[in-house]
Every structure is written in C-alpha cells, then in structure tokens.
Write a protein that binds this ligand. Structure first.
Ligand SMILES: C[S@@+](CC[C@H](N)C(=O)[O-])C[C@H]1O[C@@H](n2cnc3c(N)ncnc32)[C@H](O)[C@@H]1O
Length: 247
C-alpha cells in the first residue's frame, strides 16, 4: 500500500491536535517584526500546513503567501485563511516575492519529502530567503536536532474523536535520520488503515549557523523557545527556534 505524506486524515489530525508550533511561530514572527516597526508587508510561509499561522499573520495586518507539499493541508489552509495566496508547491520551488518575513515551523526544513532537502538544499533555500527579505526582515523557523528522539525507538499513541493514531519513531544517529511511521485508524473507515512515513534529516546548531552564514545572514538568534512570554508553549525536546534577520 502506498505511504502517504500529510494526506487527508493526517492533515486533519495535525490541524486538530498539533497546532501549537504554528501558533507560536506566527506570534514570535509578529513580535520580531513589530520590534523593528514592521507592521505590514508580505510574509511567506513555507510548509504552511492547515493555515493556523497564516490566519494569525493576516489578523495582525500582514499579507500571506504560503505553500505546502500537501494538497490536503493547502485545502484546510484555504478554508481557514481565505485571504492568503496559497500554493500546493515545494518550498524548494516557490518563487519568493519580496517580503518582510519568512516562516517555516513544524520541522519543515528537516523533512526529506522533497529530494532536494538536506544541508545543500536548505542552504540554497536560505540564500533565496535572504535575497527576498527586505531590510530588517526576519526568517523564523524551527529545526530538529540530533537526539530529538534518542537511540531507542519510541511508540506513541494519540486519540481523538473518530480517530486513533499510532506512531513509531526511530532515530539513526549515523545518518542523522529520524523516521516516523504512522498508522491511523478512522472510525469512518474501519476496514482500512491509513499509513504515512515521514523521514527527516536532523541538523545540529553549528550546521544551522553555517547554513545561515553561507546564505548571507549575520544576525542570528537561536533559542529553545519561540518566546519568553508564558503564552508560548515549550517546543518538543531537541527542537531549536531560529530567528535570522536581514540587515
Ligand atoms: C509538521 S507539519 C507543520 C505544518 C505547519 N507549519 C504547522 O506548524 O502547523 C510539516 C508540514 O511541512 C510540509 N512540508 C514538508 N516538506 C515540504 C516542502 N519541501 N515544501 C513545502 N511543504 C513541505 C508538510 O506537507 C507539512 O504540512
């Protein structure tokens, strides 16, 4: 059976249960832009998911251009943020307009779903982001690092109305690979399981700094939280939040 990648069921579950990073990423970007008086302009969202952050950015007065590889995600995002310009497209293909901010949260840069992902790919992408950003513009993203899962496989189960999701997570330290094998059971389709496989490359902090430096960013702040305010959730273990500003 073909393995999906944020197909309909996974997209809906992500939207229902795992929206914290999108919310926090958007709020952190808005705060970073307002800190230098940027209160309007276009924000590009790479891996926009179900539109949780797009909606917040629009409400804060920014225009949004977003893309996601998953048609199911873009469909949800279109419903939640109808004023955003959304594309079913890879971050590695999206033509970046001049913009005040670029957001990529929820490990978008770690995913290997596009074969161009990897250190070289994200360096090229970061260079395109740098060139698209207007002065004082901000590239804000999160990234998972080695040790995100640890050497032993982890099994997790999540449950919601009408669905059950089992996830087996393995990390291979030698290849810096994290794999999530996901099985979703839907009450509406009792005879069929939905299978997804997500493969990610893990980057350490020094690599991220080198990527950004090679891309032209020399004002980089790396933290373990989106913001210090109590309203921000704590990102999962092994995740860094990166704020790179174009000067
Ligand atoms: C964990 S979800 C995060 C979605 C959203 N940013 C959020 O935080 O709710 C990761 C998203 O990245 C998307 N994605 C992964 N690789 C991508 C790529 N190369 N281009 C565009 N989207 C990508 C997936 O389709 C998925 O929607």
């Amino acid at each position: 059976m073909a393995l999906g990648f944020y197909d309909e069921a996974q997209a809906a579950i992500h939207d229902e249960r795992f929206g914290d990073l999108a919310r926090d990423g958007a709020d952190a970007l808005i705060a970073a832009l307002r800190a230098t008086g940027i209160t309007e302009g276009t924000v590009v969202e790479l891996g926009c998911g179900s539109g949780i952050s797009a909606m917040r950015l629009l409400a804060a007065g920014y225009g949004v251009v977003g893309c996601d590889l998953s048609p199911a995600m873009v469909e949800l995002a279109g419903r939640r943020a109808p004023d955003a310009e959304l594309h079913v497209a890879s971050a590695y293909d999206l033509a970046l307009p001049y913009c005040v901010g670029v957001l990529a949260v929820g490990e978008v840069l770690n995913y290997r779903a596009d074969g161009r992902a990897g250190l070289e790919g994200i360096t090229d992408l970061a260079a395109r982001v740098h060139d698209a950003l207007l002065r004082d513009g901000v590239f804000l993203f999160d990234v998972s690092t080695p040790g995100r899962n640890g050497p032993d496989p982890v099994e997790r189960q999540h449950e919601g109305p009408g669905w059950l999701l089992d996830c087996r997570i393995t990390e291979d330290a030698a290849t810096r690979t994290l794999v999530r094998e996901i099985v979703i059971q839907l009450d509406a389709q009792p005879d069929r399981a939905v299978l997804e496989r997500h493969e990610l490359t893990l980057y350490d902090e020094d690599e991220v700094r080198d990527v950004l430096s090679d891309a032209g960013f020399d004002d980089v702040r790396i933290r373990t939280r989106y913001g210090d305010d109590v309203t921000f959730s704590t990102p999962p273990h092994g995740m860094l939040v990166v704020e790179a500003r174009r000067r």
